[in-house]
Design a protein around this ligand. Structure first.
Ligand code: DC
Length: 662
């Protein structure tokens, strides 16, 4: 995968089944509890990702033996509440689950530790947890800014048991961390939650997992939790991690947007028996009208015949999966209003702001408040705009925005950020979706590929990309802006902000019709010059891929099959002898009243072919998987019919039905 960006074509449909990776929240809790327990725990189905790697690294640095035992299994030798290493500096990246729970546990474990993370981790508040720990005698110093990591933890000064108060309205991870740490004190302690407790299902998960490791927390009412005296964690022996319910949300949403009835999208690994709150995401999709089925450890979704509808939902119980609803809203009628999501502002990024900005790029109508987000699709009759999506080093931004590709082609910047919780996300998605078909037609100059491509596109009702016109427009725009054609960075900047509109076989530049201007000899020569500049080609790459829309595309140009659409469903290399091409060009030019000499045209074409084949950027070459179509002895009609036959043989025209939309 290119680490800088991933270009997605418009997707038409989704179906199939995916085995989910292990739950991040359960994996990191289970790792810590197994480390603190007495005895050996074998963990099955542990998530392999950045966040779990941070927790594992930390536990190993604390002297806990963790050994891979094959098939995704890990053997953890518990330290019975006392880490062997009493002094350490731990780096925890941007793993909130690891940072909060280790802060609590290490502050009460009698050692001397420094905890730090990436810059964003140092902007995520932790003061409420530290305040609670101090009530228990913990000795915690802020190393930079009060209330935020990095932290220095020294052995706590003993205190009697009693009651400790913690705020629950910023992050439920403070309460989770505290609860998991309390058994280390050996005393009976009651935690009273001040303020509303958000994301309660995560706290339920913590209590459930503590019970699996032998400690029953007594809950009184909704806000009071008591850990008994002399409680110690004991390994359950084998612990199986269920699939990640937040990760499931992307696939279920894909199903709700684009799986046809009878061919749903199914996730394996979470279902009715799950202990994760995010399984309730399925209820939200059902409210939007999606057809949902749930088994003990699987769920499936498909699109309702009447389409999805917007909803208003308090998302306090599904803060992470709710991001997926924000993008699903692009495919629903009316407005979707997500409320009670203030915690988004202190996650991997300020998710309310990031979401509003990126949804806006797609043409959605968005309203963002302190603790809510309202989303409506573009005005009736308008399609989503293709856009370059920034992901803010936030795995969930990358994953949920991939769903917008059901509405338009997209570029996702920094797709590798999904490694925080789901390194193989895009590979999994790819196995479940069908993209709009693309037919790439390459070939030498004057081979007739333009005419054939345009006719094939028309016959199929597909979009048509004349990539040569983009290079010509770039040359024209550069000239109008006074940028020299040899100035690579200057021309690339012009290409990047090219204000060109293609409509019904005609083209406009900066609001002015430009068909004739770009066909001028001087502009042809400029196009050939600017097309040889790698930065210009790079600047026009997404521009070209943005044509890859439903119901399909015919792309014409010399690098369509190699660089722009290397995975095209059909690649044609269209050629003809130099003599025939010269003759066709001759008729064209004479028809326009331009005096030319046929010998010099042949000579000219031969030289251009040699130059094009030899040039270092995007050389003209027939791809190994391209079909050769030599039109030396063939008319246009015959060539078009030949391509259309291949399209039908390969079933590429079938994607015209079932295009999702609001
Ligand atoms: O096909 P055309 O003559 O309109 O192309 C104009 C110029 O752009 C020509 O010099 C070839 C170049 N070109 C290119 O390098 N890559 C493409 N995909 C299309 C055209």
């Amino acid at each position: 995968m290119n680490m800088n960006f991933l270009d997605l074509p418009q997707l038409l449909s989704a179906s199939g089944s995916v085995a989910l990776p292990g739950s991040k929240s359960i994996s990191n809790r289970a790792l810590l509890l197994a480390a603190l327990a007495e005895g050996v725990t074998e963990i099955h189905g542990l998530l392999a990702s950045d966040d779990t790697a941070r927790m594992l690294d930390a536990l190993r640095a604390l002297g806990v033996a963790c050994a891979e035992s094959g098939q995704g299994r890990l053997r953890v030798e518990g330290c019975a509440g006392r880490f062997p290493v009493r002094q350490a500096a731990l780096f925890l990246g941007n793993a909130g689950t690891a940072f909060r729970s280790l802060t609590a546990v290490l502050a009460l474990s009698g050692g001397d530790y420094v905890l730090s993370g990436v810059p964003r981790m140092h902007e995520r508040p932790i003061g409420d947890l530290v305040d609670a720990l101090r009530q228990l005698g913990a000795d915690v110093d802020y190393l930079e800014k009060d209330g935020f990591p990095p932290l220095r933890l020294k052995p706590a000064q003993g205190r009697a048991g009693g009651t400790v108060e913690v705020r629950g309205d910023v992050s439920s991870q403070f309460l989770t961390g505290l609860l998991m740490a309390l058994p280390l004190t050996g005393r009976e302690i009651t935690v009273e939650v001040a303020g509303d407790l958000i994301s309660r299902p995560y706290v339920e998960m913590t209590l459930g997992l503590m019970a699996r490791f032998g400690i029953r927390v007594e809950t009184r009412g909704r806000q009071s939790f008591s850990v008994p005296a002399a409680a110690a964690y004991v390994s359950p022996g084998v612990f199986v991690v269920e699939g990640d319910a937040s990760s499931a949300s992307y696939f279920l949403a894909a199903g709700a947007i684009a799986a046809r009835p009878g061919a749903p999208l199914r996730v394996e690994g979470v279902g009715r028996r799950s202990i994760q709150g995010d399984v309730r995401f399925a209820d939200a999709l059902a409210q939007m009208g999606a057809t949902i089925e749930i088994g003990d450890d699987w769920m499936s979704a498909c699109r309702p015949p009447e389409g999805l509808r917007g909803i208003a939902l308090d998302c306090n119980h599904i803060p992470d999966a709710a991001m997926t609803l924000a993008v699903t809203a692009l495919f629903a009628r009316g407005e979707t209003r997500l409320t009670n999501i203030a915690s988004w502002r202190v996650k991997e990024t300020d998710r309310i702001a990031a979401m509003a900005r990126e949804l806006g790029k797609l043409g959605a109508r968005v309203e963002a408040g302190r603790d809510f987000l309202a989303i409506a699709p573009p005005e009736a009759g308008q399609a989503l705009r293709s856009a370059i999506i920034d992901t803010y080093d936030d795995h969930r931004m990358a994953m949920c925005f991939s769903l917008a590709a059901f509405g338009a082609p997209l570029r996702i910047n920094d797709p590798a950020c999904t490694s925080k919780t789901f390194p193989a996300y895009f590979e999994c998605l790819e196995g479940l979706v069908a993209a709009a078909p693309v037919i790439a037609i390459d070939g030498p100059t004057a081979s007739g590929k333009g005419t054939v491509s345009a006719r094939v596109a028309k016959a199929l009702g597909f979009h048509y990309l004349d990539s040569g016109a983009l290079y010509r427009l770039t040359a024209l725009a550069a000239r109008e802006a006074g940028v020299d054609w040899a100035d690579e960075a200057g021309v690339a900047a012009v290409a990047a902000r090219l204000d060109a509109v293609f409509d019904d076989g005609r083209v406009w530049l900066n609001g002015k019709e430009a068909d004739d201007a770009i066909r001028h000899e001087s502009i042809s020569s400029g196009a050939s010059k600017v097309a040889a500049l790698p930065q210009v080609r790079a600047a026009l790459l997404f521009r070209q891929r943005a044509f890859h829309c439903a119901p399909g595309l015919v792309g014409d140009g010399r690098d369509m099959a190699s660089v722009v659409f290397p995975r095209a469903g059909l690649k044609i290399f269209l050629t003809a002898s130099a003599e025939i091409r010269a003759e066709r060009r001759y008729k064209q030019l004479i028809g326009k009243g331009m005096p030319v000499n046929i010998e010099s045209l042949v000579q000219d074409l031969r030289e251009r072919d040699a130059r094009d084949a030899a040039r270092s950027v995007a050389p003209l070459q027939q791809q190994p998987d391209a079909v050769l179509l030599d039109t030396t002895f063939m008319g246009i009609e015959e060539a078009v019919a030949f391509v259309l036959d291949l399209v039908r043989d390969r079933g590429l025209a079938a994607g015209r039905t079932g295009v999702p939309g609001a």
